[in-house]
Design a protein around this ligand. Structure first.
Ligand SMILES: [Zn+2]
Length: 455
Protein backbone atom coordinates (compact mmCIF):
# COMPACT_ATOMS: atom_id res chain seq x y z
CA UNK A 1 0.00 0.00 0.00
CA UNK A 2 2.72 2.41 1.04
CA UNK A 3 4.89 1.34 -1.86
CA UNK A 4 2.10 1.91 -4.39
CA UNK A 5 1.45 5.37 -2.85
CA UNK A 6 5.11 6.26 -3.24
CA UNK A 7 5.12 5.08 -6.84
CA UNK A 8 2.02 7.15 -7.57
CA UNK A 9 3.59 10.22 -5.95
CA UNK A 10 6.74 9.77 -7.97
CA UNK A 11 4.70 9.40 -11.15
CA UNK A 12 2.72 12.55 -10.36
CA UNK A 13 5.82 14.57 -9.59
CA UNK A 14 7.39 13.42 -12.84
CA UNK A 15 4.30 14.50 -14.76
CA UNK A 16 4.26 17.92 -13.08
CA UNK A 17 7.99 18.40 -13.69
CA UNK A 18 7.63 17.32 -17.29
CA UNK A 19 4.72 19.71 -17.86
CA UNK A 20 6.65 22.57 -16.29
CA UNK A 21 9.69 21.83 -18.41
CA UNK A 22 7.54 21.62 -21.53
CA UNK A 23 5.87 24.93 -20.73
CA UNK A 24 9.27 26.53 -20.14
CA UNK A 25 10.95 25.00 -23.15
CA UNK A 26 8.13 25.29 -25.69
CA UNK A 27 9.27 28.50 -27.44
CA UNK A 28 12.92 27.44 -27.35
CA UNK A 29 12.06 23.92 -28.39
CA UNK A 30 9.96 25.14 -31.29
CA UNK A 31 12.69 27.53 -32.38
CA UNK A 32 15.37 24.91 -31.86
CA UNK A 33 13.40 22.51 -34.02
CA UNK A 34 13.46 25.07 -36.80
CA UNK A 35 17.12 25.82 -36.32
CA UNK A 36 19.58 23.41 -37.89
CA UNK A 37 22.36 24.61 -35.56
CA UNK A 38 21.95 22.98 -32.13
CA UNK A 39 24.40 25.40 -30.57
CA UNK A 40 22.71 28.46 -31.99
CA UNK A 41 21.92 31.49 -29.92
CA UNK A 42 18.34 31.34 -31.17
CA UNK A 43 15.43 33.69 -30.56
CA UNK A 44 14.00 33.23 -27.11
CA UNK A 45 10.63 34.89 -27.60
CA UNK A 46 8.51 37.19 -29.73
CA UNK A 47 7.36 40.47 -28.23
CA UNK A 48 4.23 42.05 -29.70
CA UNK A 49 4.05 45.82 -29.19
CA UNK A 50 1.34 48.38 -29.88
CA UNK A 51 2.92 51.57 -31.33
CA UNK A 52 -0.08 53.65 -30.22
CA UNK A 53 0.44 52.77 -26.58
CA UNK A 54 4.19 53.43 -26.60
CA UNK A 55 5.01 55.80 -29.47
CA UNK A 56 8.68 56.47 -28.57
CA UNK A 57 11.17 53.91 -27.34
CA UNK A 58 14.90 53.66 -26.71
CA UNK A 59 16.63 55.13 -23.67
CA UNK A 60 19.30 56.84 -25.75
CA UNK A 61 16.65 59.51 -26.30
CA UNK A 62 13.40 58.58 -24.63
CA UNK A 63 12.06 57.70 -21.25
CA UNK A 64 10.64 54.36 -22.33
CA UNK A 65 12.17 51.37 -24.02
CA UNK A 66 10.99 47.90 -24.93
CA UNK A 67 9.68 45.85 -21.98
CA UNK A 68 12.59 43.44 -21.87
CA UNK A 69 13.69 41.21 -19.06
CA UNK A 70 17.22 41.16 -17.73
CA UNK A 71 19.69 39.78 -20.31
CA UNK A 72 17.25 40.24 -23.19
CA UNK A 73 18.51 42.00 -26.31
CA UNK A 74 16.78 43.19 -29.48
CA UNK A 75 18.97 43.45 -32.61
CA UNK A 76 18.31 46.21 -35.13
CA UNK A 77 20.02 46.98 -38.47
CA UNK A 78 19.75 50.30 -40.34
CA UNK A 79 20.40 51.74 -43.79
CA UNK A 80 19.90 48.65 -45.99
CA UNK A 81 19.25 46.78 -47.97
CA UNK A 82 22.68 46.71 -49.60
CA UNK A 83 23.08 43.19 -51.07
CA UNK A 84 26.86 42.95 -50.60
CA UNK A 85 26.67 43.22 -46.80
CA UNK A 86 22.97 42.78 -46.02
CA UNK A 87 23.06 39.24 -47.47
CA UNK A 88 26.02 38.36 -45.23
CA UNK A 89 24.22 39.73 -42.20
CA UNK A 90 21.18 37.65 -43.14
CA UNK A 91 23.35 34.55 -43.41
CA UNK A 92 24.96 35.12 -39.99
CA UNK A 93 21.58 35.71 -38.34
CA UNK A 94 20.19 32.62 -40.02
CA UNK A 95 23.10 30.52 -38.80
CA UNK A 96 22.24 31.54 -35.24
CA UNK A 97 18.46 31.41 -35.81
CA UNK A 98 18.23 34.99 -34.65
CA UNK A 99 15.39 37.33 -35.67
CA UNK A 100 16.05 41.05 -35.90
CA UNK A 101 14.41 44.30 -37.01
CA UNK A 102 15.62 46.11 -40.13
CA UNK A 103 15.05 49.82 -40.85
CA UNK A 104 15.31 50.22 -44.61
CA UNK A 105 16.01 53.37 -46.61
CA UNK A 106 13.53 54.06 -49.41
CA UNK A 107 16.18 54.71 -52.03
CA UNK A 108 17.96 51.46 -51.10
CA UNK A 109 14.66 49.59 -51.36
CA UNK A 110 14.07 51.10 -54.81
CA UNK A 111 17.54 50.00 -55.90
CA UNK A 112 17.33 46.54 -54.28
CA UNK A 113 13.67 45.51 -53.87
CA UNK A 114 14.74 41.89 -53.76
CA UNK A 115 16.77 42.69 -50.65
CA UNK A 116 13.61 43.85 -48.85
CA UNK A 117 11.77 40.70 -49.80
CA UNK A 118 14.67 38.58 -48.48
CA UNK A 119 14.33 40.23 -45.10
CA UNK A 120 10.66 39.36 -44.93
CA UNK A 121 11.23 35.85 -46.26
CA UNK A 122 13.80 35.24 -43.50
CA UNK A 123 11.17 36.12 -40.90
CA UNK A 124 12.65 39.46 -39.78
CA UNK A 125 10.67 42.59 -38.98
CA UNK A 126 10.98 45.46 -41.47
CA UNK A 127 10.48 49.09 -40.50
CA UNK A 128 11.59 52.20 -42.39
CA UNK A 129 14.31 54.82 -42.11
CA UNK A 130 13.22 57.67 -44.49
CA UNK A 131 13.64 57.95 -48.25
CA UNK A 132 17.07 59.60 -48.59
CA UNK A 133 18.50 59.38 -45.06
CA UNK A 134 18.77 63.14 -44.40
CA UNK A 135 20.69 64.04 -41.25
CA UNK A 136 18.70 67.25 -40.79
CA UNK A 137 15.34 65.99 -39.60
CA UNK A 138 15.79 67.89 -36.35
CA UNK A 139 15.59 71.22 -38.18
CA UNK A 140 13.83 70.62 -41.48
CA UNK A 141 10.26 71.88 -42.07
CA UNK A 142 7.58 69.38 -41.15
CA UNK A 143 6.40 69.12 -44.76
CA UNK A 144 9.82 67.94 -45.88
CA UNK A 145 10.09 65.54 -42.96
CA UNK A 146 6.68 64.14 -43.79
CA UNK A 147 7.75 63.68 -47.39
CA UNK A 148 10.86 61.79 -46.30
CA UNK A 149 8.88 59.51 -44.01
CA UNK A 150 6.03 58.87 -46.44
CA UNK A 151 8.29 58.29 -49.44
CA UNK A 152 10.47 55.86 -47.47
CA UNK A 153 7.39 53.84 -46.52
CA UNK A 154 6.05 53.94 -50.09
CA UNK A 155 9.34 52.72 -51.59
CA UNK A 156 9.67 49.83 -49.12
CA UNK A 157 6.01 48.92 -49.61
CA UNK A 158 6.55 48.93 -53.38
CA UNK A 159 9.31 46.35 -52.90
CA UNK A 160 6.78 44.25 -50.96
CA UNK A 161 4.19 44.59 -53.72
CA UNK A 162 2.14 46.94 -51.58
CA UNK A 163 1.48 44.36 -48.86
CA UNK A 164 1.05 46.54 -45.76
CA UNK A 165 0.83 43.53 -43.48
CA UNK A 166 4.50 42.83 -44.16
CA UNK A 167 5.68 46.29 -43.15
CA UNK A 168 5.87 47.20 -39.46
CA UNK A 169 4.81 50.71 -38.40
CA UNK A 170 8.29 51.23 -36.93
CA UNK A 171 10.47 54.19 -37.88
CA UNK A 172 13.97 55.23 -36.92
CA UNK A 173 14.94 58.87 -37.55
CA UNK A 174 18.19 59.06 -39.62
CA UNK A 175 21.17 59.79 -37.40
CA UNK A 176 18.72 59.84 -34.46
CA UNK A 177 18.26 63.55 -35.24
CA UNK A 178 14.99 63.70 -33.43
CA UNK A 179 12.48 66.52 -33.42
CA UNK A 180 9.21 66.69 -31.58
CA UNK A 181 7.18 67.68 -34.62
CA UNK A 182 8.54 64.64 -36.46
CA UNK A 183 7.78 62.35 -33.54
CA UNK A 184 4.30 63.82 -33.22
CA UNK A 185 3.64 63.25 -36.89
CA UNK A 186 4.82 59.64 -36.65
CA UNK A 187 2.64 59.07 -33.57
CA UNK A 188 -0.36 60.57 -35.39
CA UNK A 189 0.17 57.95 -38.11
CA UNK A 190 0.32 55.12 -35.58
CA UNK A 191 4.05 54.71 -36.23
CA UNK A 192 6.43 53.93 -33.38
CA UNK A 193 9.65 55.96 -33.23
CA UNK A 194 12.59 53.73 -32.41
CA UNK A 195 15.72 55.12 -30.89
CA UNK A 196 18.06 52.59 -29.25
CA UNK A 197 19.55 51.68 -25.90
CA UNK A 198 23.12 51.21 -27.10
CA UNK A 199 24.94 51.72 -30.40
CA UNK A 200 28.21 50.03 -31.37
CA UNK A 201 29.53 53.01 -33.39
CA UNK A 202 29.82 50.76 -36.47
CA UNK A 203 29.28 53.76 -38.80
CA UNK A 204 32.53 55.28 -37.60
CA UNK A 205 35.91 54.41 -39.08
CA UNK A 206 36.82 51.93 -36.39
CA UNK A 207 37.91 48.30 -36.49
CA UNK A 208 35.48 45.41 -36.30
CA UNK A 209 37.20 44.45 -33.06
CA UNK A 210 36.25 47.85 -31.63
CA UNK A 211 32.65 47.42 -32.85
CA UNK A 212 32.53 44.10 -31.05
CA UNK A 213 34.00 45.56 -27.86
CA UNK A 214 31.65 48.54 -27.81
CA UNK A 215 28.60 46.37 -28.46
CA UNK A 216 29.42 43.96 -25.64
CA UNK A 217 30.56 46.64 -23.17
CA UNK A 218 27.43 48.70 -23.65
CA UNK A 219 25.09 45.73 -23.49
CA UNK A 220 26.78 44.60 -20.29
CA UNK A 221 26.44 48.09 -18.82
CA UNK A 222 22.65 48.13 -19.22
CA UNK A 223 22.13 44.34 -19.23
CA UNK A 224 19.19 44.60 -21.63
CA UNK A 225 17.90 46.73 -24.49
CA UNK A 226 17.96 47.57 -28.18
CA UNK A 227 21.31 47.26 -30.01
CA UNK A 228 21.77 49.59 -32.99
CA UNK A 229 23.84 48.19 -35.89
CA UNK A 230 24.10 48.78 -39.66
CA UNK A 231 23.79 46.02 -42.27
CA UNK A 232 25.71 48.04 -44.89
CA UNK A 233 29.07 48.08 -43.07
CA UNK A 234 31.80 45.44 -43.59
CA UNK A 235 33.03 45.94 -40.00
CA UNK A 236 29.54 45.04 -38.76
CA UNK A 237 29.56 41.86 -40.84
CA UNK A 238 32.97 41.00 -39.38
CA UNK A 239 31.95 41.76 -35.77
CA UNK A 240 28.50 40.18 -35.77
CA UNK A 241 29.45 36.47 -35.36
CA UNK A 242 31.57 37.29 -32.30
CA UNK A 243 28.88 39.55 -30.82
CA UNK A 244 26.31 36.74 -31.08
CA UNK A 245 28.73 34.14 -29.74
CA UNK A 246 29.59 36.28 -26.71
CA UNK A 247 25.93 37.03 -26.02
CA UNK A 248 25.24 33.30 -25.94
CA UNK A 249 28.25 32.68 -23.74
CA UNK A 250 27.11 35.24 -21.22
CA UNK A 251 23.54 34.05 -21.07
CA UNK A 252 21.85 36.74 -23.14
CA UNK A 253 18.69 35.99 -25.08
CA UNK A 254 17.45 37.51 -28.32
CA UNK A 255 13.89 38.87 -28.51
CA UNK A 256 12.07 39.36 -31.78
CA UNK A 257 9.68 42.33 -31.89
CA UNK A 258 6.58 42.49 -34.08
CA UNK A 259 3.73 45.02 -34.22
CA UNK A 260 0.31 44.28 -32.80
CA UNK A 261 -2.46 43.67 -35.32
CA UNK A 262 -6.18 42.93 -35.14
CA UNK A 263 -5.55 39.21 -34.76
CA UNK A 264 -2.27 39.53 -32.83
CA UNK A 265 -2.73 41.46 -29.60
CA UNK A 266 0.14 43.19 -27.84
CA UNK A 267 2.06 41.20 -25.25
CA UNK A 268 0.58 42.09 -21.85
CA UNK A 269 2.97 44.30 -19.91
CA UNK A 270 3.01 46.52 -16.84
CA UNK A 271 3.85 50.24 -17.31
CA UNK A 272 7.05 49.99 -15.26
CA UNK A 273 8.38 47.30 -17.60
CA UNK A 274 8.81 49.99 -20.24
CA UNK A 275 11.49 51.65 -18.17
CA UNK A 276 15.01 50.30 -18.41
CA UNK A 277 15.55 50.36 -14.66
CA UNK A 278 12.26 51.08 -12.89
CA UNK A 279 12.65 52.29 -9.30
CA UNK A 280 12.26 49.58 -6.69
CA UNK A 281 11.49 49.71 -2.98
CA UNK A 282 15.12 49.05 -2.18
CA UNK A 283 16.21 52.29 -3.87
CA UNK A 284 15.99 55.41 -1.71
CA UNK A 285 13.84 58.19 -3.12
CA UNK A 286 13.91 61.90 -2.33
CA UNK A 287 10.22 62.29 -1.64
CA UNK A 288 9.42 63.77 1.75
CA UNK A 289 6.64 62.20 3.74
CA UNK A 290 3.57 64.30 4.36
CA UNK A 291 3.12 65.32 7.99
CA UNK A 292 -0.03 63.76 9.35
CA UNK A 293 -2.76 66.16 10.42
CA UNK A 294 -3.48 64.55 13.77
CA UNK A 295 -0.31 66.09 15.24
CA UNK A 296 -1.91 69.51 14.99
CA UNK A 297 -5.51 68.71 15.74
CA UNK A 298 -4.46 67.51 19.18
CA UNK A 299 -2.47 70.65 19.97
CA UNK A 300 -4.22 73.36 22.03
CA UNK A 301 -4.38 76.68 20.21
CA UNK A 302 -2.68 79.60 21.96
CA UNK A 303 -4.67 82.84 22.49
CA UNK A 304 -4.07 85.62 19.98
CA UNK A 305 -1.70 88.27 21.36
CA UNK A 306 -2.98 91.76 22.27
CA UNK A 307 -1.57 94.66 20.28
CA UNK A 308 -0.30 96.34 23.45
CA UNK A 309 1.79 93.23 24.21
CA UNK A 310 3.83 93.77 21.08
CA UNK A 311 4.74 97.42 21.83
CA UNK A 312 6.65 97.69 25.11
CA UNK A 313 7.74 101.32 24.70
CA UNK A 314 4.73 103.58 24.28
CA UNK A 315 1.74 101.34 24.08
CA UNK A 316 -0.04 103.53 26.61
CA UNK A 317 0.67 106.78 24.81
CA UNK A 318 -0.58 105.93 21.39
CA UNK A 319 -2.50 103.04 20.07
CA UNK A 320 -0.64 101.10 17.34
CA UNK A 321 -3.50 101.38 14.93
CA UNK A 322 -3.68 105.11 15.61
CA UNK A 323 0.03 105.55 14.87
CA UNK A 324 -0.25 103.65 11.64
CA UNK A 325 -2.66 106.30 10.37
CA UNK A 326 -0.19 109.15 10.95
CA UNK A 327 1.59 110.63 7.91
CA UNK A 328 5.10 109.37 7.36
CA UNK A 329 6.72 112.83 7.53
CA UNK A 330 5.53 115.23 10.19
CA UNK A 331 6.48 118.94 10.08
CA UNK A 332 9.56 119.69 12.20
CA UNK A 333 9.15 121.66 15.40
CA UNK A 334 12.12 123.97 14.63
CA UNK A 335 11.31 127.48 13.26
CA UNK A 336 12.47 127.99 9.73
CA UNK A 337 13.48 131.68 9.07
CA UNK A 338 12.65 132.98 5.68
CA UNK A 339 15.14 134.65 3.32
CA UNK A 340 13.39 138.04 3.59
CA UNK A 341 13.85 138.00 7.36
CA UNK A 342 17.57 137.27 6.97
CA UNK A 343 17.99 140.26 4.58
CA UNK A 344 16.26 142.60 7.03
CA UNK A 345 18.55 141.62 9.93
CA UNK A 346 21.14 144.37 10.93
CA UNK A 347 24.68 143.79 9.67
CA UNK A 348 27.42 143.56 12.27
CA UNK A 349 30.53 145.80 12.07
CA UNK A 350 33.79 144.37 10.69
CA UNK A 351 36.11 143.05 13.45
CA UNK A 352 39.29 145.05 14.19
CA UNK A 353 42.80 143.67 13.35
CA UNK A 354 43.75 143.40 17.04
CA UNK A 355 41.06 140.81 17.50
CA UNK A 356 43.29 138.35 15.67
CA UNK A 357 46.50 139.14 17.65
CA UNK A 358 47.71 136.28 19.81
CA UNK A 359 48.97 137.40 23.25
CA UNK A 360 52.32 135.98 24.45
CA UNK A 361 50.80 134.10 27.30
CA UNK A 362 48.50 132.33 24.93
CA UNK A 363 51.50 131.43 22.80
CA UNK A 364 53.17 129.94 25.86
CA UNK A 365 50.06 128.01 26.68
CA UNK A 366 50.00 126.58 23.21
CA UNK A 367 53.68 125.54 23.48
CA UNK A 368 53.06 124.13 26.92
CA UNK A 369 50.64 121.71 25.46
CA UNK A 370 53.70 120.08 23.80
CA UNK A 371 56.11 120.22 26.78
CA UNK A 372 55.32 119.37 30.43
CA UNK A 373 58.20 121.60 31.70
CA UNK A 374 56.81 124.58 29.86
CA UNK A 375 53.41 123.80 31.22
CA UNK A 376 54.76 124.48 34.74
CA UNK A 377 56.27 127.78 33.63
CA UNK A 378 53.11 128.77 31.81
CA UNK A 379 51.12 128.09 34.96
CA UNK A 380 53.42 130.43 36.99
CA UNK A 381 53.93 133.30 34.56
CA UNK A 382 50.72 133.29 32.71
CA UNK A 383 50.26 136.96 33.24
CA UNK A 384 48.81 138.66 30.22
CA UNK A 385 51.06 141.31 28.77
CA UNK A 386 49.86 144.47 27.12
CA UNK A 387 47.76 143.63 24.15
CA UNK A 388 49.39 146.62 22.37
CA UNK A 389 52.70 144.69 21.89
CA UNK A 390 52.53 142.57 18.77
CA UNK A 391 53.25 138.87 19.21
CA UNK A 392 56.08 139.11 16.60
CA UNK A 393 58.09 141.66 18.69
CA UNK A 394 57.77 139.80 21.97
CA UNK A 395 61.04 137.84 22.76
CA UNK A 396 60.39 134.25 23.46
CA UNK A 397 61.96 132.87 26.67
CA UNK A 398 65.46 131.32 26.12
CA UNK A 399 64.83 127.98 27.76
CA UNK A 400 61.61 127.52 25.96
CA UNK A 401 63.33 128.25 22.65
CA UNK A 402 66.08 125.69 23.38
CA UNK A 403 63.84 122.88 24.46
CA UNK A 404 61.15 123.03 21.82
CA UNK A 405 61.48 120.81 18.85
CA UNK A 406 61.46 123.93 16.62
CA UNK A 407 65.01 124.81 17.92
CA UNK A 408 66.63 122.29 15.61
CA UNK A 409 68.19 124.39 12.86
CA UNK A 410 67.23 123.70 9.30
CA UNK A 411 70.74 122.44 8.55
CA UNK A 412 70.91 120.04 11.45
CA UNK A 413 72.97 122.22 13.86
CA UNK A 414 72.15 121.95 17.49
CA UNK A 415 72.33 124.83 19.94
CA UNK A 416 72.48 125.00 23.72
CA UNK A 417 74.20 122.98 26.46
CA UNK A 418 72.13 119.91 25.89
CA UNK A 419 74.39 119.20 22.92
CA UNK A 420 77.41 118.42 25.12
CA UNK A 421 75.57 116.56 27.80
CA UNK A 422 73.67 114.35 25.50
CA UNK A 423 76.78 112.85 23.81
CA UNK A 424 78.26 110.43 26.32
CA UNK A 425 78.78 107.50 23.98
CA UNK A 426 81.98 108.59 22.16
CA UNK A 427 83.62 109.49 25.52
CA UNK A 428 82.91 106.13 27.09
CA UNK A 429 83.83 104.00 24.12
CA UNK A 430 87.47 105.14 24.11
CA UNK A 431 88.29 104.32 27.76
CA UNK A 432 86.74 100.93 27.29
CA UNK A 433 89.01 100.26 24.39
CA UNK A 434 92.06 101.43 26.33
CA UNK A 435 91.19 99.21 29.25
CA UNK A 436 91.00 96.21 27.08
CA UNK A 437 94.39 97.13 25.58
CA UNK A 438 95.92 97.48 29.05
CA UNK A 439 94.75 94.00 29.98
CA UNK A 440 96.42 92.54 26.92
CA UNK A 441 99.48 90.44 27.89
CA UNK A 442 102.55 90.33 25.62
CA UNK A 443 102.81 87.12 23.65
CA UNK A 444 106.23 86.13 25.00
CA UNK A 445 105.12 86.46 28.63
CA UNK A 446 101.95 84.56 27.91
CA UNK A 447 103.82 81.68 26.39
CA UNK A 448 106.22 81.62 29.35
CA UNK A 449 103.29 81.52 31.76
CA UNK A 450 101.70 78.72 29.78
CA UNK A 451 104.89 76.62 29.92
CA UNK A 452 105.28 77.04 33.62
CA UNK A 453 104.75 73.74 35.35
CA UNK A 454 102.88 73.89 38.62
CA UNK A 455 104.90 72.89 41.65
ZN1 LIG B 1 20.78 55.39 -40.68
Amino acid sequence: MLASLLVNTQKQSRIVLGAALLAFMTPQAALAADCPNPNALGTSRTLVVDPREHPRIGTMQYRETLPLADHEVVLTFDDGPLPKYSNQVLAILASQCVKATFFTIGSQANANPEGVRKLIAAGHTVGTHSQHHPLTMDRMPLERARQEIDDGIASTLAALNGDKSKLAPFFRIPGLMRAEIVENYLASQGIQTWSADFPADDWRHISSQRVYELAIQRIEAKRKGILLLHDIQPRTVAALPRILATLKERGYRIVHVVPATADRPATPTEPQQWYLHPPTETVAITRWPRIPNFVFTETRTLPAPVIADMDWRDADLLDHAQRARLPALRPTAWPQPRLAQLAAAPTLALPGADVFRVPEALGLTLLAARSPRLAQRAAGTAMPRSPAIPARQAKPPKQAAHQGPATAAPHGKRRGPAQHVEQPEPATSKPLRLASMKKRVPRAVASANAKRVPD
